[in-house]
Design a protein around this ligand. Structure first.
Ligand SMILES: Cc1ncc(COP(=O)(O)O)c(C=O)c1O
Length: 557
């Protein structure tokens, strides 16, 4: 059992190497300049020089120091002071050396012009401006290396230059160029809006209408789940005789419905739930979107909804996310929730499959599911209400399933439990799902998740967990699992871990199962090691921290 996966991609390792080399170079430069200064400078100048150099140094740590990116703005601001000071000191040296043909006024003018140029050219300035204006100008980012080269040449021409300062400056500017142009974390901390227009994007079939009134973006620390929606939405209509037509991205807003619309009366509605992630490398990723669209068609088929073109739907979602990319939250654990849904709008109160429908996709920036780390939950084993029954719609993601589950959830929560464990609708004997998640039981010698037999939703996270666990060498069985078997194993100490799996939480450790007045504690109420490992692996893939060996993610260009 077991296995190992590298935490970093090859590119990340290479860039980490560049960053480390730059840190070493910068340290060497700091040491050498301190040695030089101690020979002929005041203690204040030495301290200032050291602080300045350390500020420069810290910047290199930022790309590999993700959790602390909120300090980026301050460090960039501090760092902005460095190049002008270096240039100023060069000029002072020049004037002191008596080689100054311009006189004091000419010197001040030249210094001011140089300062301004350096400010405008430096990527720190543009990144800082990007942070303030929530935009970034990637194109100018590499220019800092040119400024460094100019400084190197200035030192060479006028300063008391040494061979090492020129070599160091050159190497550092080359390093900068590599980092800024190849590591999007630094060059694109805030996304530039790449506006899709009819002329310049491959969106010929998807009409685009940009909002004239962009909304204020919410505070990233108070996102919660599904409370805020972005500026745009995707719409497409189905009309009998015409099929699915007029795919379009339009401003987010109310949809007007006839009060007789079929979805309002008979719940002919299906939906999906997926996410876009802002990776630690600055890339935006979707996780297995083709699987979601395939499942949407499975639900469509069950609810007599005309099938959609899955490839078009994936492309539409990609374009919509791209359009509202500056809404994707960047803080740890946050993401952009994507909600595709289809509903019947026939204005006729009669029970029959609809001939007129709307496919809509909306986006919602959501907060971290576990702001304080993975928390085991207490689960109530539900043996009165059922979620679904074989032959029904349990395997489909239909709105009605969720309406039917509210009562049990409400009662369980009133009793102090987070969610319910659903049992099969016929014998109330076999385990099906937990809340709105699939469920896994880790026994001594096998991991079991209930087999999909018609009443369970086939989760994409479930499928991914099975693949990863099997890849790690675990024996994972999809089979009917009786509650009795779980309780017995729990009492005998053979039940090691239990967790739920789903897009929202990824994996959710279960610390206790309450059944018929008795509580079975699992993993001592703590998160199990395997659950944690699986969480780290899946979230690692989604946020670009772990190599995506299976090709599950799709980059949004
Ligand atoms: C009833 C139910 N089961 C399981 C899942 C997990 O599915 P997925 O992993 O695709 O999110 C969901 C998802 O939201 C769900 O609603």
């Amino acid at each position: 059992m077991g296995g190992s996966t590298s935490l970093f991609t090859k590119k990340q390792k290479f860039l980490a190497g560049v960053v480390c080399s730059l840190i070493v170079l910068e340290l060497a430069r700091l040491a050498l300049s301190l040695l030089r200064m101690t020979a002929n400078a005041s203690p204040l100048a030495i301290v200032l020089g050291a602080v300045l150099n350390l500020a420069l140094l810290l910047k290199y740590l930022l790309p590999v120091w993700q959790p602390h990116r909120k300090w980026l703005g301050w460090l960039l601001a501090a760092n902005l002071a460095a190049p002008p000071l270096v240039v100023a000191s060069s000029f002072v040296k020049i004037s002191q050396s008596g080689n100054n043909p311009m006189g004091p006024v000419g010197m001040i003018v030249l210094v001011s012009i140089t300062f301004t140029l350096i400010m405008l050219l430096s990527p720190q300035f543009h990144l800082l401006r990007g942070i303030i204006r929530n935009k970034s100008t990637e194109k100018t980012a590499g220019k800092f290396s040119i400024v460094m080269l100019i400084i190197a040449s200035l030192e060479l021409l006028f300063g008391d230059t040494t061979w090492y300062s020129v070599v160091f400056n050159t190497l550092i500017s080359v390093g900068f160029t590599i980092i800024y142009f190849t590591w999007p974390v630094l060059s694109r901390p805030i996304l530039e809006i790449d506006t899709p227009t009819k002329e310049n994007t491959p969106m010929q079939q998807i009409r685009f209408e940009r909002t004239a009134a962009p909304k204020q973006k919410p505070d990233q620390n108070k996102l919660g789940f599904g409370k805020y929606f972005t500026d745009h939405m995707f719409l497409m209509n189905y009309d009998e005789g015409q099929g699915w037509h007029d795919p379009r991205i339009v401003p987010y807003g109310p949809i007007s419905l006839d009060p007789a619309a079929a979805c309002l009366h008979y719940g002919q509605e299906v939906f999906e739930g997926m996410k876009a992630y802002f990776g630690v490398d600055g890339k935006i990723r979707l996780f297995r979107p083709e699987e979601n669209m395939a499942r949407l068609n499975l639900s469509n088929e069950r609810l007599c909804i005309p099938l959609i073109d899955e490839a078009l739907a994936v492309r539409a979602i990609g374009e919509l996310v791209k359009t509202d990319r500056d809404w994707i939250p960047t803080q740890d654990g946050t993401s952009l929730y994507i909600r595709p849904f289809i509903f019947a709008v026939d204005p006729q109160v009669g029970v029959r499959p609809a001939g007129h429908l709307i496919f809509c996709v909306i986006l919602s920036p959501v907060g971290a599911y576990y702001p304080e780390g993975l928390n085991p939950v207490k689960i109530f084993v539900e043996n009165e209400y059922v979620r679904a029954v074989r032959g029904g719609t349990g395997f489909a993601k239909a709105g009605g399933n969720y309406a039917a589950s509210l009562k049990a959830q409400q009662e369980a929560q009133a009793r102090g439990f987070t969610q319910v464990l659903w049992l099969d609708g016929i014998e109330r004997k076999y385990i099906e799902e937990v809340g709105t998640m699939n469920v896994f039981f880790v026994f001594e010698n096998e991991i079991v998740t209930p087999a999909l037999q018609g009443s369970i939703l086939g989760g994409i996270t479930r499928k991914s967990c099975i693949d990863i666990l099997r890849g790690w060498g675990y024996q994972v069985n999809e089979r009917p699992l009786a509650l009795e078997e779980v309780l017995e194993a729990g009492k005998a100490g053979r039940l090691k871990e239990v967790f739920g799996s789903g897009t929202a939480a990824v994996v959710s450790p279960i610390g206790a199962l309450h059944c018929d007045g008795e509580t079975l504690s699992v993993s001592g109420g703590e998160i199990g090691a395997l659950t944690q490992r699986l969480y780290d692996e899946l979230t690692g893939i989604q946020w670009g921290k772990v190599a995506d060996a299976r090709g599950w993610t799709r980059d949004i260009a």
